[in-house]
Ligand binder design. Structure first.
Ligand code: MG
Length: 262
């Protein structure tokens, strides 16, 4: 009897720790096609939470005075973010298309607490400047710790050096390389990186990398997959995460794909 109880307890513990079965949807720059949202707005983050997305992706840049802000491009309304003080960017006259001011990383993480189940797919934008990364990487880690969201963050970056540094500073967080260079999973694993996150045609070219990554315990994410036929093909190839501008379509296709396997 005691053994049965221990067995059940162990099973529950393992189930709680493992990720949900099957492929998952990451809303690219949040669910920005939702009403009232814009790319990388707090509204897009909350909309991704409302539809139960596995994760919401967002892009982080550093201002001239060391404030981390959420924005895709290196520029905002024509200002190079890294050369511009925060107060110039965070200004009533400069707005996102949905009317929000440019969110700070702090504001973004605080808003994310409303959906504590959702993963935060954190892309650090970087042009590979060591001085920039020396501020932006530890600053990102500090903000994540401040909001206690370490277990929800998955780092991604086109900068290999930033990925390696995140892996060192937060060894329990997943870190996925976005593939400025197309590197095989084995090479990335040696650097402490725990996932590949490539533009989806890379997986058409290198379908063997998916199994190679899985054999190494790495996660495989494909971006940015928006067309039905491409989403279905990536599912058939066996990727774990689909990063998409069409998260509700991807959710429906994943449900149908999983059902078809039964
Ligand atoms: Mg991004």
């Amino acid at each position: 009897m005691k053994n049965i109880f221990l067995f059940l307890l162990m099973g529950c513990t393992l189930a709680a720790c493992s990720k949900p079965a099957g492929p998952q949807v990451v809303a690219h720059r949040g669910y920005w096609k939702a009403e009232g949202a814009a790319q990388n707005s707090i509204a897009s983050l909350l909309a991704a939470g409302r539809i139960g997305a596995y994760g919401s992706e967002f892009d982080v840049n550093l201002t001239a005075d060391g404030i981390l802000v959420v924005n895709h491009d290196f520029t905002y309304h024509g200002y190079k973010i890294y050369d511009t003080p925060f107060e110039v960017l965070h200004n009533d006259t400069l707005r996102l298309s949905n009317g929000e001011l440019i969110p700070t990383l702090d504001e973004y993480l605080e808003a994310s607490l409303q959906y504590p189940e959702m993963k935060l797919v954190f892309e650090l934008k970087s042009e590979g400047d060591p001085a920039y990364e020396a501020l932006a990487v530890p600053g990102s880690v500090e903000a994540i710790k401040k909001y206690g969201v370490e277990d929800r963050v998955e780092f991604i970056s086109f900068s290999l050096s930033a990925c390696v540094e995140f892996a060192k500073l937060m060894p329990k967080c997943r870190v996925e390389y976005l593939g400025e260079e197309e590197l095989a999973p084995t090479e990335l694993k040696k650097m402490g990186i725990s996932g590949i996150d490539y533009y989806y045609p890379v997986f058409d070219k290198h379908p063997e990398w998916i199994q190679e990554a899985h054999d190494l315990g790495m996660i495989v994410n494909a971006w940015t997959v928006n067309q039905e036929e491409d989403i279905v093909r990536m599912l058939q190839l066996g990727v774990d995460h689909i990063t998409t501008n069409e998260p509700e379509l991807a959710q429906r296709l994943i449900a149908a794909f999983e059902k078809s396997k039964k």
